[in-house]
Design a protein around this ligand. Structure first.
Ligand SMILES: [Zn+2]
Ligand SMILES: [Zn+2]
Length: 175
């Protein structure tokens, strides 16, 4: 279960084990296509003052687009987490591992948090390969497959008249 019973947590730490299926409505609109369910395992413990600490790891495989060339990539995600759910935490806290916990809640649903952690992980590193050369910013050519003319002539020809003007200006100032 990825929903922690907070009343039981006051007695002893709880093991947290569970999955979020690929078809779960939770993923709708996330822009991420899961190829395997997200599976998580960890421990939840009461840290005093109503604060709950949950640490463990999760893994999944997601379909994403290479950050440089937009080619589809199968991304194996395996992340560790150590999260603090604090009833006195404020929204907008800089710490990305600190979450606000509803002080009146009887349970803590980790699914939304795990969804967020997965999206964060996926946004960080999709590259089809480390040396991916990406797309040419000028003509959009896939530089892994082809060389385009833009990469040899450094500047856009439309700027040439401007550069000439600037060159003349500098020459004038120096001379
Ligand atoms: Zn790529
Ligand atoms: Zn180009």
């Amino acid at each position: 279960m990825l929903i922690i019973d907070l009343r039981r947590l006051t007695e002893a730490p709880l093991e947290v084990v569970g999955q979020i299926d690929r078809e779960d409505p939770l993923w709708r609109g996330s822009g991420v296509d899961l190829l395997l369910p997200l599976s998580a395992r960890g421990t939840a413990e009461a840290a005093g003052g109503g604060v709950v600490r949950v640490h463990g790891s999760f893994e999944s495989r997601a379909g994403a687009a290479c950050r440089r060339c937009l080619k589809p990539v199968d991304l194996d995600v395996a992340e560790e987490f150590d999260l603090v759910f604090d009833p006195s935490a404020k929204r907008g806290d800089e710490d990305l591992t600190l979450y606000r916990l509803d002080p009146n809640a009887d349970e803590l649903d980790l699914r939304q948090t795990l969804r967020e952690r997965l999206l964060l992980a996926v946004s960080e590193y999709p590259l089809c390969r480390k040396e991916c050369r990406g797309l040419c910013p000028h003509c959009g050519a896939d530089l892994n497959a082809t060389e385009c003319d833009c990469s040899t002539t450094e500047s856009d020809p439309r700027w040439a008249p401007l550069l000439t003007l600037r060159g003349e200006g500098e020459a004038g100032a120096n001379g």
